[in-house]
Design a binder for this molecule. Structure first.
Ligand code: PLP
Length: 450
C-alpha cells in the first residue's frame, strides 16, 4: 500500500463518517485532505482541488490564515478554558458578544453561545418555550419549521428541520410542525414564481390557524435553504412571512448558520431580505470554521424575559475562550479586508454572471444564486421543468463525481448541484470554477447518453 492507500484503509476500518453511505465510497475509500490554502485543498495523493463549498459552507476567509492560528495560540497561553456559567465570564466571550451585537441588525443585542449550529438551535427550541412560559403562556409551545429545511443533527435541531431522511430514522420530538418549502422549480406547478411564493408563505398562516394562534411559539427558517439545495424563495415570500409572524405575534428565528457573515453579500441574509427576526442562529462563518462555535443572537425583549428567570441550559463550551478569540480575529479580518463589501460589489456579481452562464447547458434548468451561494437544477427537459425520473439523486451524484475527478468540490442535493465557495475567491478562481463545472456537466451528459 502507498501511504495514501494505507490512510484510506485505516479510515475505512475505524472511522464512521457523518452522512455517508459506505457503499458510495467504493473500493477507493474516502478522499483524504491533508492541507489547504486559500480556496485550494491538497489531498493525500497530491491533487490540488478547488473547494467550491468552503468546507461545509464555513471557511469564509479561506484556508491557511496565520492570524487565526496566532489568535488561538495567544488565547491558549493566556486562558485556554473557562466557563461562562453561574455569574462568571471572560474577556473573549464579552468582546465577541459585544461585537456581534454591533453587527447584528435591529435590537438583536444579546448572545447565547454554543459549540455548533445544532446546539444553538437546540438552545432556541428551549429558549422560545421558556420565554412563553415566563410570559404566562406555557401552552404556546408549538414551533413551526419547513420541510427540507436543515437546522442540524442533534435531536432538537433535527426535529426543527424537515429532512425526511433524518425524520425516518426516528427520534423526532413532539410539538414541532412543518410547512412546505418555497422551491418553485420543483414544486411550483403552473404558478408564476410570485404566485407560488405567496401560496407557500400563506401555508404558515394556515398552519398557525390549524394549530391555534395562541399555541404557536415560533417559526424557524433559513433565509436561503442551504442543505436543502440552495433554495432561494420567490420575491413575494419573505414579506408575506414577515407580515404573518407580525400579525400573530409569534417569534421568528432566522437560521443564519450558512447565510450569515457575508455569504449573501450582507453581514446577514435577514438584512438582504428585509426580515426582522427575534433570534438569529449563527455558527460556521462566525469563525470561518477554524474553531467550533455557534450561538443565538437574541432581541432585547426575549433576552430580558430569559434573563429574568434561570434558563436552565448551557454547554461546557458555551463561549469557549479560544473559539471566541478566533472568531473575533476572523471578524476583524472580514472587516479590515472588506470581505462583505467585495462579495456585494465585486466578486459576488462576477460569480453571478459567470455561474448564470451555465444556464445554457442542456442539463441545466434553473440557475439560482445570491452572493456566494448558488445552485443548478439538473433536468432532462428544461421547458417543462422535468425531474429525472429514474432514481432521484443519481444524476447529481454522477455530476458530483465528475467534479471530483476534475478537481472541483461541488456538492449535490438530489439533482441540484450547489456551490458556496470561500468569500475570498478571486475572479481567476471563479473562472476556473465555472470552467470545471461546465466540463463536469458535459461529462455527465456523455455518461447519461452512454
Ligand atoms: N443550521 C443550518 C442552516 C445549517 O446549514 C447547519 C449545518 O449545516 C446547521 C444549522 C447545523 O450546524 P452544525 O453542523 O454546526 O451543528
Amino acid at each position: 500500500n502507498t501511504p495514501s492507500e494505507e490512510l484510506r484503509r485505516v479510515d475505512a476500518a475505524h472511522h464512521m463518517h457523518p452522512f455517508t453511505n459506505n457503499s458510495e465510497l467504493g473500493d477507493k475509500g474516502a478522499r483524504v485532505v491533508t492541507r489547504a490554502s486559500g480556496c485550494w485543498l491538497t489531498d493525500s495523493d497530491g491533487n490540488r482541488i478547488l473547494d467550491a463549498m468552503a468546507g461545509l459552507w464555513c471557511v469564509n476567509i479561506g484556508y491557511g490564515r496565520e492570524e487565526l492560528a496566532e489568535a488561538a495560540k495567544r488565547q491558549m497561553l493566556e486562558l485556554p478554558y473557562y466557563n461562562t456559567f453561574f455569574q462568571t465570564s471572560h474577556v473573549p466571550a464579552i468582546a465577541l458578544a459585544a461585537r456581534l451585537a454591533e453587527l447584528a441588525p435591529g435590537d438583536l443585542n444579546s448572545v447565547f453561545f454554543a459549540g455548533s449550529g445544532s446546539e444553538a438551535n437546540d438552545t432556541n427550541l428551549r429558549m422560545v418555550r421558556t420565554y412563553w412560559q415566563a410570559k404566562g403562556q406555557p401552552d404556546r409551545n408549538v414551533i413551526i419549521g419547513r420541510w427540507n429545511g436543515y437546522h442540524g443533527s442533534t435531536v432538537g435541531a433535527m426535529s426543527l428541520g424537515g429532512m425526511k431522511g433524518m425524520h425516518e430514522q426516528g427520534g423526532v420530538l413532539d410539538g414541532i410542525e412543518h410547512i412546505d418549502q418555497p422551491n418553485w422549480w420543483s414544486e411550483g406547478g403552473d404558478m408564476s414564481p410570485d404566485e407560488f411564493g405567496l401560496e407557500r408563505a400563506r401555508q404558515l398562516e394556515e398552519k398557525i390557524l390549524e394549530i391555534g394562534a395562541d399555541r404557536v411559539a415560533a417559526f424557524i427558517a433559513e433565509p436561503v435553504q442551504g442543505a436543502g439545495g440552495v433554495i432561494i424563495a420567490p420575491d413575494t415570500y419573505w414579506p408575506e412571512i414577515q407580515r404573518i409572524v407580525d400579525k400573530y405575534g409569534i417569534l421568528l428565528i432566522a437560521d443564519e448558520v450558512i447565510c450569515g457573515f457575508g455569504r449573501t453579500g450582507n453581514w446577514f441574509a435577514s438584512q438582504a431580505l428585509g426580515l426582522r427576526p427575534h433570534i438569529m442562529t449563527i455558527a460556521k462563518g462566525l469563525s470561518s470554521g477554524y474553531q467550533p462555535i455557534g450561538g443565538s443572537i437574541v432581541c432585547d425583549e426575549v433576552a430580558e424575559v430569559i434573563g429574568g428567570v434561570e434558563f436552565n441550559h448551557g454547554y461546557t463550551y458555551s463561549g469557549h475562550p479560544v473559539a471566541c478569540a478566533v472568531a473575533l480575529e476572523n471578524l476583524r479580518i472580514m472587516e479590515d479586508e472588506k470581505i462583505v463589501e467585495r462579495v456585494r460589489d465585486d466578486t459576488g456579481p462576477y460569480l453571478k454572471e459567470r455561474f448564470e452562464s451555465l444556464g445554457d447547458h442542456p442539463l441545466v434548468g434553473e440557475v439560482k444564486i445570491i452572493g456566494m451561494m448558488g445552485s443548478l437544477a439538473l433536468t432532462p427537459n428544461k421547458a417543462i421543468r422535468a425531474p429525472f425520473t429514474s432514481d432521484v439523486g443519481t444524476v447529481g451524484f454522477i455530476c458530483r463525481e465528475r467534479c471530483f475527478a476534475n478537481n472541483l468540490i461541488m456538492r449535490h442535493v438530489g439533482d441540484r448541484m450547489i456551490i458556496s465557495p470561500p468569500l475570498v475567491i478571486s475572479r481567476d478562481e471563479i473562472d476556473t470554477l465555472v470552467e470545471r463545472a461546465r466540463l463536469s456537466l458535459d461529462e455527465t451528459l456523455v455518461a447519461l447518453q452512454a
